[in-house]
Design a protein around this ligand. Structure first.
Ligand SMILES: *Cc1c(COP(=O)(O)O)cnc(C)c1O
Length: 462
């Protein structure tokens, strides 16, 4: 399997080269040259496999340059850190199914991909005898998942910037209580946008990038999307076993279009997904695109589902590439237009193609809280605010006669204040984090200035 860029100037890469490159050198995103498809029989043969074995079957179709025995070990190790035997269990509540993606070490779905990516990096770096300095900015969940993915690993340092005082207390403690010597938490005195701009700036300095062997862990990395494709297969097999359905709708709370793009790939491979229901909070650029063909940037609103407070969905470019039938010149033109005007629009024909696969709506904070409250009252089950956005939109837009699967992207205790506001009860953290508040912390507070951050990295980088 070879990989190419959405912008057409990088091609013929192996899987290993693809995950090490992160963002394509031409500024585009990397994609497999074709998406492998499974027949109904082939699909059925995977139905009873345990999660790691299923993951091996799917991922090995894409990671063709990693020996099977090595890949199997990497995958087994990645999911052994989850605290549920099914890794991503499906539960039936009220009139829908919930895919619980929060049983990993940091209690959000990002663990599913970042545990895998951390082990993959470790494997490739050992093989090539290289080291890497990972740099990333986080509004909360990616930072801790990435830190847990690489903590204590040889040949990798990780520098995570978060906006001081602007992530949830649990998120902050999850990051700063990791004391391994390869982990560097930086609280910048600014906003998430400041932190992200600094990281972008640093990656843009190609000399610095090369000198310090910088690596990326955000969802532009193909390995993250790939690892997430697996749970759409797994969930379908669970729903199929519990119903006699031949297809299902899936509701996905979305910010960066990463998780839902993994659903798009799963559907293209043969998982019988009728509709992908895209759910946004008041940062609704993606639902505006699906409903009106209008992809235009607005200012970021702070919502009760903060991990989806995003206006520029970086993975969207991957979908555009398919919508334009793989014509890289059209992707380049659209991205140039977006850079200049902050907007992309598509014609009626293309929009029809979009709505055959996707449906979308957005939910404000009030409805988010109401959904958590009602769902708890009716079923006793506690939704986190991101999951609640997906449940509310899923119920609005589901097909009348297909089962609905809602992706639960975070454990409710990660956003305890909002859950308490909705239900009057603070959800308890799982046992592994019961003593979180008493743990020792380490964090460096730095000014939100590129030079200050670069200086710090130069001193600490291995
Ligand atoms: C990151 C995140 C999302 C958004 O996922 P995307 O892949 O960016 O669409 C949703 N919910 C939670 C809890 C997250 O951490």
């Amino acid at each position: 399997m070879k990989y190419c860029s959405t912008r057409g100037k990088v091609s013929g890469l192996s899987f290993t080269e693809t995950i090490m490159m992160g963002l394509a050198d031409d500024g585009g995103l990397l994609l497999p040259e074709q998406i492998p498809t499974l027949s109904k029989d082939e699909l059925q043969q995977l139905a009873k496999l345990p999660y790691p074995e299923l993951a091996f079957n799917i991922i090995s179709k894409f990671a063709t340059d990693i020996p099977a025995a090595d890949l199997r070990k990497i995958i087994e190790r990645s999911y052994a850190s989850f605290n549920h035997p099914d890794v991503t269990p499906v539960v039936h509540q009220d009139d829908l199914f919930i895919l619980e993606l929060f049983h990993g070490p940091t209690l959000a779905f990002k663990d599913v991909a970042l545990q895998f990516l951390g082990n993959l990096f470790e494997y490739v770096l050992a093989k090539q005898d290289r080291h890497m300095n990972i740099i990333g900015a986080t509004s909360g969940d990616t930072g801790s998942a990435a830190i847990y993915g690489v903590r204590g690993k040889d040949k990798i340092n990780i520098f995570i910037l978060h906006p001081q005082g602007k992530v949830s207390p649990v998120q902050e403690m999850q990051m700063t209580t990791v004391l391994d010597k390869n982990v560097f938490n930086i609280a910048v005195t600014g906003t998430f946008d400041d932190a992200q701009a600094i990281v972008k700036d640093i990656f843009g300095d190609l000399d610095f990038k090369q000198n310090f062997a910088l690596g990326a862990v955000n969802s532009i990395n193909w390995a993250r999307v790939l690892a997430q494709v697996v749970y759409y297969f797994y969930a379908w097999f669970q729903v199929q076993a519990k119903t006699s359905a031949t297809e299902m709708d899936v509701a996905v709370p979305t910010g960066n279009f990463g998780d839902i793009f993994a659903g798009y790939v799963a559907k293209a491979m043969g998982v019988p997904i009728k509709r992908l229901i895209l759910a946004t909070n008041s940062n609704n650029i993606l639902s505006r695109f699906i409903n009106h063909g209008d992809y235009s940037k607005a200012t970021v609103h702070h919502s009760l589902s903060p991990s989806m407070d995003i206006q520029v969905a970086s993975n969207f470019e991957r979908y555009l590439f398919y919508l334009y039938d793989g014509q890289a010149d059209k992707v380049c033109a659209a991205m140039d237009r977006f850079k200049e005007t902050g907007a992309i629009s598509v014609n009626e024909e293309q929009r029809k193609q979009v709505t055959e696969i996707f449906a979308a709506a957005s939910i404000d904070d009030e409805e988010t809280v109401a959904t958590i409250r009602e769902f708890k009252a009716k079923t006793g089950y506690t939704l986190d605010p991101h999951t609640a956005v997906g449940v509310a939109v899923g119920r609005q837009l589901r097909s009348p006669d297909s089962p609905l699967l809602c992706l639960a992207t975070a454990h409710p205790a990660k956003f305890g204040d909002t859950v308490e506001q909705a239900t009057g009860e603070t959800p308890a953290l799982p046992e592994a984090f019961a003593d979180l508040e008493r743990r020792e912390r380490r964090v460096e507070v730095l000014e939100a200035k590129v030079e200050v951050i670069k200086n710090y990295i130069s001193q600490k980088a291995g």
